[in-house]
Design a protein. Structure first.
Lengths: 317, 299
């Protein structure tokens, strides 16, 4: 058999990679660029493609101006009244909602996930069983998670009614019907679904810590909780950063869970950016495109430092 | 103090200890959390076995004395979605029709691309790889409208091919990274030996690499099947009403309650929708954990 001719060899490799290259160029690079570019135009439903149409439709930052003046996107009635009696440090709308959700998801699922990982690391029996129980929600669709929790949190027949019927009449868990508490309700469901993954990632990180560290800490008489907090936790920084990025990027694009659990309600008090983008596609494309661009920029700000840290040094993805 | 289990390190075998209060606290917390995670599953199951009067009158925690599978049959066969009353089975078959081709095509394309990038580098392959890496993090919603335009232009918008195409496209960056890293981790001598023996691009892939890469193919299948099965957004946008996947049908069944919500039917439909990914999860075990750890970053 002859050795394959180099041109032929390269050709097959290129042909096999061609569909992927086309997709990356057209959809990922092209699609993202299209969305960003046409967020600066007064685009209507009719799609426009050409540079001439872009120039003719160019309206600068007007879509963004409108976006941030839309109550559904962001509405902070009392925030700027600093020093006055009606000063109120609260914001409503899709953007503040997602910020609330991201903070809750990151803080709660990361702390609960870390505690669970530490507990799982105590040479317990039935570790496999506990792992299976903590992780199974992650296999489910957000739509499934949303509807289960919607039933549990239903004020009429759910947990609240049942606990009240058992005698604790002041028990209040009607969060999904309360515009101030609804994002917390969504966070409970999100944390239920996502904490198992955080636990699994952190447990892998804990298991990667050199055993000598533990021996040294024991020899020095440092109590275990301090070893975890002051020695092991800082050593787990790469794992913590990766987990943070995963939880954050998942939380920023939250959509299905909100659709199933509240569908943005009551009113629009649990609206989130992805839902805002989606519901504006037909009537208000400029709003959709500018809101998606804001999401893209947020994600980039979150991810670029991480990608440089994680992949800059030619490590494996 | 120094011998109590909590103070011991996380690794190395160790003789069995007596039960101490620290052990008690550890197990107490673990079991308490396990109950929180199991609670919704318990509620789903017992609710689906009740009849609607028991749900209205009874307590959410208490299982029924007279379990019935009526709600399950109704959810599968005759629950209404707002368009028609044929149950969630329509969505089940649609999800199969969407998941199977998307999984096969995306894994085929991604494994070949990963193999090209890892073993047959060409002029722009490094730059291409970086773009690929970034692509896997872009939120899907940013590319949804351009893809609506593209699929409309191709004449397949609102059909099965459109939703299959979209799932394939969005699965590719991550799968390609997965395969590229796996193939790059195989010993280089293997590839060289096959080259010396005269094997070409396709022979090395199908006769040498693919047979020894079953773990990564397994992870890829799990990742794609669960991801596509659980998707809602692409199904609702690109599939069109006749091809709505199971998640969209479930959402429609729950929201189309006429004459009061049938929570038992809703919960039966919810369990049915979660059954396929749950079965994959319980069967595949550690492969699943590897798959989700890899898949968690995708847009």
């Amino acid at each position: 058999m002859d050795r394959p001719n180099p041109l032929f060899r390269n050709l097959w490799s290129k042909i096999a990679a061609l569909p992927m290259m086309l997709i990356v160029l057209v959809v990922f690079v092209g699609g993202t660029a299209w969305t960003v570019l046409f967020s600066f135009t007064n685009i209507k439903i009719v799609p426009i493609f050409t540079p001439r149409e872009w120039v003719n439709g160019f309206i600068g930052l007007a879509n963004y101006q409108r976006l941030f003046n839309t109550d559904r996107w962001m509405n902070c009635p009392g925030l700027t009244h600093i020093g006055r009696s009606d000063w109120e440090p609260t914001c409503m709308g899709a953007l503040p909602n997602v910020v609330t959700y991201v903070i809750l998801a990151v803080v709660l699922s990361m702390s609960l996930g870390f505690v669970l990982a530490v507990l799982m690391d105590q040479k317990i029996r039935a570790e496999g069983l506990f792992r299976t129980i903590y992780l199974y929600p992650f296999a489910l669709s957000f739509i499934v998670t949303g509807h289960v929790w919607a039933w549990i949190m239903s004020p009429e027949y759910g947990l609240q009614a049942s606990v009240r019927a058992m005698g604790w009449t002041s028990f209040d868990f009607g969060w999904i019907a309360d515009r101030h508490m609804v994002m917390y309700a969504i966070a409970v469901a999100g944390i239920w679904q996502g904490t198992g993954l955080v636990m699994a990632l952190m447990l892998a990180g804990l298991r990667g810590i050199d055993e000598d560290i533990w021996k040294a800490a024991r020899v020095d008489g440092i109590p275990a909780w301090r070893t975890y907090l002051q020695i092991v936790l800082p050593m787990m920084k790469p794992v913590l950063v990766t987990t943070f990025v995963i939880v954050c990027s998942g939380a920023v694009r939250i959509y299905d869970l909100v659709v199933a659990l509240t569908d943005g309600g009551p009113g629009i008090s649990s609206d989130v950016p992805t839902r805002y983008v989606y519901t504006n596609f037909s009537a208000n494309l400029g709003q959709s495109l500018s809101a998606s661009t804001v999401m893209l920029v947020t994600m980039a700000v979150l991810l670029i430092p991480w990608i440089r840290m994680e992949f800059g040094k030619k490590s494996q993805g | 103090m120094a011998n109590s289990p909590l103070l011991d390190g996380p690794s190395g075998a160790r003789p069995q200890k007596f039960i101490t209060w620290q052990r008690f606290v550890v197990y107490g917390c673990l079991i308490g959390c396990a109950l929180f995670f199991l609670f919704p599953l318990y509620i789903m199951i017992i609710t689906s076995l009740k009849n609607i009067d028991e749900i209205r009158a009874g307590n959410i925690f208490v299982p029924t004395m007279h379990p019935t599978l009526d709600a399950w049959f109704k959810a599968w066969d005759s629950a209404c979605t707002g368009l028609y009353c044929e149950g969630i089975k329509v969505g089940f078959w649609n999800s199969i029709k969407i998941t199977v081709p998307s999984t096969i095509v995306s894994i085929l394309v991604a494994s070949l691309t990963g193999y090209s990038l890892a073993n047959w580098p060409f002029k722009f392959s490094e730059g291409f790889f970086s773009v690929l890496l970034l692509s896997s993090f872009i939120p899907y919603i940013v590319m949804v409208y351009p893809l609506v335009i593209i699929t409309r232009y191709m004449g397949i918008f609102s059909t099965l091919p459109a939703v299959v195409l979209v799932h394939t496209i969005f699965g590719l960056p991550l799968l390609t990274l997965l395969f590229r890293n796996y193939f790059a981790s195989l010993p280089g001598e293997l590839f060289k030996a096959a080259r010396v023996d005269g094997a070409g691009y396709w022979q090395i892939f199908f006769l040498v690499f693919a047979p020894m890469s079953m773990p990564i193919f397994t992870v890829a299948v799990i990742l794609q099947v669960t991801g596509i099965w659980n998707d809602f957004l692409f199904g609702v946008i690109y599939a069109g009403p006749t091809n709505y996947p199971m998640t969209v049908q479930l959402n429609n069944i729950v929201n189309s309650a006429t004459g009061g919500k049938a929570y038992n039917v809703d919960m039966a439909a919810t369990i049915l929708t979660g059954l396929v990914p749950l079965a994959i999860y319980f069967i595949s075990g550690k492969y699943f954990v590897r798959g989700i750890a890899a898949g968690a970053v995708k847009g």
